[in-house]
Design a protein around this ligand. Structure first.
Ligand code: 6PG
Length: 630
């Protein structure tokens, strides 16, 4: 993003005072002024002089010339004021091609009578008054512009423009860990910010101001706890990024900010909202011409601060207006492209983030189960396990979560490993639950996500239930799996976890007509997010060729090769009573997919027996349904 240069583009019909105001503005800003009319071809000028209006074709090269002028100005990191006549939307698009975020549109508006009077008083101008109507005809008033009333005196007009252009590009709402980190990231990217945090007496007071004071990079940001002033401080169309609690609080905030918004403003929800809520909010706000974009944001506090992965969805038109802002802070993939991309319509961004979290749950659980095996079945201490994980992490099993676990296992408090002091009751904020429900509703057997979620639930059961606890006594015969076998089991289970996760996304895409691109989703998950890994790089390649990972030859072969190790790991763990719900679920899934006989025929027969639900026959390709009087 060009942070230094700006093009102030004054538009309005001939006679609206563009040259006077433009020159005054340029002189106050100490930048160059250009009159757009000077960039017309001789033939265009001749045509206008002869009283004929220009058509789209005539104007095309002229608009391109202005685009070139603006590009050249910005390329030298300087700013300029350019005055142009009335412009259609498509004309503005030619002028702003590749420069969108660096152009500030200023529209001078006034009554036709006033403009006619001014034109009549004007001397030495080639534009005849008779052509004024043709300019009004092509005028399409830009939504996203600073609108200035030409009946004001020139200095007041320029002051208003200066005031408006001084406004913030982005408003951030909610300065918890994530909001604060995103704000710092955006400030470092050169984005002018207004920060808002609610006022809760004795609990949240002057949060925005205090945040600004605490971080030097926020020095130029303004802080608010009053919504009206906050909204007033934002350039139009307002772009507001919300990082607040998902659910009711998000709706409450939307209701509070709405009276301060105008048509064309954009609200972005960066929280972990439910995708159905996002869809409803988009529809509700559309009626008031407010754009609502739900975006998944992954990467935790560090990601938000140095580069998250972002999954926005909603109206594509609105997305285009905020893309540069997301790109300016997102993590970069291997090729340097931002880990942010338009996901699709409705709440698809939050859906995809929800599945991300589901995959995250199972990835975490698989590491936990592997750790438990090495610790309790094989007697390795946390430090040694950290060494094993670190070795894996240096190779093809590299992942952010494995890397984090290496650090976790090395951490000591006094003489103790910190991990041994942490209560083994797992929390959750709900996205794993939603992912499980969504998979279930879509008919996708995402057993690993469910297994990981339920493992957390089991950990919360009351001590009275958990007093079934027993000491694990490693069985000398079965617990002696090589580290290589354990590694192979973990490798296989991870692939299956990703296959199930992406299958949920693919199915939702078909079901809801979202047209999601799995390769792009995998790409923006290769960096910045919690489930970034070397495996995700492979997924990205795989999804360019196939929509289901199990159709991808290399993965199919890998799974076939690793399956016996996964089985050995499961048997060995079960022998010593170790709960390994995610590993066993992955093995069961493989067995179910590859079993010579499925159990579904028995189920169909039972259904027909007690409920006359009918069944189909193996060798009957007609699709006919049968019922038997059992
Ligand atoms: C991320 C994380 C993030 C958060 C989850 C964890 O992608 O940055 O997934 O969104 O850590 O809310 O949720 P649980 O509390 O349910 O584990």
């Amino acid at each position: 993003m060009n942070q230094n240069g700006k093009i102030y583009l004054l538009m309005g019909v001939s006679g609206s005072g563009k040259t006077t105001i433009g020159q005054l503005l340029a002189s106050q800003l100490r930048i160059d002024f250009f009159d757009g009319d000077d960039f017309h071809s001789v033939s265009n000028i001749e045509k206008m002089k002869s009283g004929q209006p220009l058509d789209d074709h005539d104007r095309h090269d002229w608009l391109k010339n202005i685009n070139t002028l603006a590009s050249k100005t910005l390329a030298t990191n300087t700013s300029a004021v350019i005055a142009c006549s009335a412009l259609k939307k498509q004309y503005r698009e030619i002028i702003s091609a590749n420069l969108k975020e660096s152009i500030i549109w200023i529209y001078l508006h006034g009554s036709k009578e006033l403009i006619q009077q001014r034109m009549a008083a004007r001397q030495n101008h080639y534009m005849p008054v008779a052509l004024l109507q043709s300019q009004f005809d092509i005028l399409e008033i830009p939504n996203e512009s600073i609108k200035i009333d030409i009946s004001l005196d020139p200095q007041t007009m320029v002051n208003t423009i200066l005031q408006e252009t001084n406004k913030s590009t982005l408003g951030i709402v909610g300065l918890g860990v994530m909001g604060k980190s995103l704000a710092r990231n955006w400030a470092r990217a050169g984005v002018k910010l207004s920060l808002y945090n609610r006022f809760v007496k004795g609990v949240e007071e002057q949060v925005a101001e205090k945040t600004i004071q605490a971080y030097p990079e926020l020095e130029k940001a303004s802080g608010f706890e009053d919504l009206q002033s906050f909204a007033h401080a934002l350039a139009k169309p307002r772009i507001i990024f919300m990082m607040i609690k998902a659910g009711k609080e998000t709706d409450v905030f939307i209701d509070e900010i709405l009276p301060h918004l105008e048509a064309g403003d954009i609200l972005i929800d960066g929280g972990n909202s439910h995708y159905a809520d996002t869809k409803n909010r988009i529809t509700r706000l559309e009626k008031q011409q407010i754009h609502f974009i739900g975006t998944g944001v992954s990467g935790g506090e560090k990601g938000a601060l140095y580069g998250p992965s972002m999954m926005p969805s909603g109206s594509f038109e609105a997305y285009q207006k905020i893309e540069h802002l997301l790109y300016s802070i997102a993590a970069k993939d291997k090729n340097g492209s931002p880990c942010a991309a338009y996901i699709g319509p409705e709440g698809s961004g939050h859906f995809v983030k929800m599945v991300h979290n589901g995959i995250e749950y199972a990835e975490m659980q698989l590491i936990a189960e592997t750790y438990a095996y090495l610790r309790y079945a094989q007697g390795l201490d946390p430090y040694r396990i950290a060494q094993v994980f670190d070795e894996w992490n240096q190779g093809s099993l590299h992942s952010y979560l494995l890397d984090s676990t290496v650090h976790i296992l090395q951490k000591k408090e006094g003489d103790d490993y910190l991990i041994d002091l942490i209560l083994d009751v797992a929390g959750n904020k709900g996205t794993g639950n939603w992912a499980t429900i969504a998979a279930s509703e879509l008919g996708i057997p995402a057993g690993m996500i469910t297994g990981a979620l339920f493992a957390r639930y089991v950990s919360t059961l009351k001590e009275s239930v958990r007093n079934l606890r027993q000491t694990i006594i490693p069985n000398s015969k079965t617990s002696q799996l090589s580290i290589e076998t354990v590694k192979a089991a973990y490798t296989a289970a991870r692939i299956i976890n990703h296959q199930q996760g992406f299958l949920i996304i693919r199915t939702a895409s078909l079901e809801f007509n979202w047209n999601l691109d799995l390769a792009t989703i995998a790409r923006i998950w290769t960096n910045g997010c919690i489930i970034r890994s070397t495996l995700m790089e492979k997924m990205m390649v795989a999804f360019h060729e196939h929509q289901d990972l199990f159709e991808y030859e290399e993965i199919k072969q890998e799974i076939t090769l690793l399956k016996s190790k996964l089985k050995a790991f499961c048997i060995s763990s079960l022998e010593v009573d170790l709960p390994i719900p995610c590993h066993t679920s992955s093995l069961d899934y493989l067995n179910s997919l590859s079993a010579m006989y499925s159990t579904a025929n028995i189920i169909q027969a039972q259904r027909d027996f007690f409920g006359a639900h009918t069944y189909q026959k193996m060798n009957d390709t007609s699709g006919a349904f049968y019922h038997t009087e059992w």
